[in-house]
Write a protein that binds this ligand. Sequence first.
Ligand SMILES: CC(C)(COP(=O)(O)OP(=O)(O)OC[C@H]1O[C@@H](n2cnc3c(N)ncnc32)[C@H](O)[C@@H]1OP(=O)(O)O)[C@@H](O)C(=O)NCCC(=O)NCCS
Length: 304
Amino acid sequence: MTPKLALTPPSRPRAERFRRGANAAYHRDCALNGERLRRRMTRYACTPGKMWPMEANPWLRESSIKVFTAEERPELWELARSLFEGIWPEYNHHGNYTGRYFGALVPRHARFQVLLYDTDKGCIAARGRAIPFRWDGSLEDLPAGIDAVGLRAVDDPRPPTALSALAAEVAGAQQGRGLSRLVIEAMAAAAREADLAPLVAPVRPSWKDRYPLTPIDRYAAWKRSDGLPLDPWLRVHARLGATILRSEPRSLQIEAPVAEWERWTEMTFPEDGEYVFPSGLAPLRVRDGIGHYWEPNVWMLHEL
Ligand SMILES: CC(C)(COP(=O)(O)OP(=O)(O)OC[C@H]1O[C@@H](n2cnc3c(N)ncnc32)[C@H](O)[C@@H]1OP(=O)(O)O)[C@@H](O)C(=O)NCCC(=O)NCCS
């Protein structure tokens, strides 16, 4: 497929450097671009509640950041594979079912996997992963959470009707510069192009780990004085016009022997009970040598 925006492929030495996992050098390079990015983003602060169609986004037109799908740039997608591992807490890499649906994204759904690529620096700045699934639009038919939507997408032979975001990731050195909204907009553009609507997202609220004991439906309802969600990541979705469908306390399941949990969290769980742990969005329940964890999410709806 012809790329929408032609770019010079990364040179062989750069590709080698990525492959060797030299992420620190990579992030340093990208960080040089940060202030310039921030200035441009501020200049083109978008209207609240409005999602730019990708091609009409004035910021993107002037920016060195370009959007590609995994279908358009499979080699960039390959480079991105290991790049984002470090931005997740270790435990998050061990979902009981995540391998089944994240593993099915490329090549089968390559057109829905998006990358933000900085053409000035030759850096991948962000990645968005999404999966098409069949949904009748009702709350009753909305899958329970991220595991449920992923498994439905993989197992359901019927044609999909909607797109579900699965993960948005901004590279460490590029975080905090407003790029995350572009990831959502890129997913929305991919959905529109495939005539899938709406775009939904089982959102993992960024600050929920600060309040692990608070039930997710209460947390999701917390607002700032300007009426926007207290949570920064929910806020990004809300600014783009998304609404909350419902919260899901049992969205992503991680069940594993306590020894594994101790390794992932660098904690000791000496007896059965409930434990708050670093970066956990909810407590870990330990019973009979097994650690049980359900990650909560908040379903948000982007009408397209
Ligand atoms: C969540 C994530 C995609 C957000 O991207 P980002 O580049 O960090 O965030 P942005 O710069 O686009 O800003 C988004 C909001 O978060 C706020 N924010 C960003 N970094 C922040 C920080 N360190 N402290 C406080 N607020 C912060 C911003 O102020 C902004 O809110 P505002 O528009 O109301 O001011 C990114 O942090 C990430 O990749 N995290 C790890 C993976 C993850 O959890 N993904 C989301 C679940 S799928």
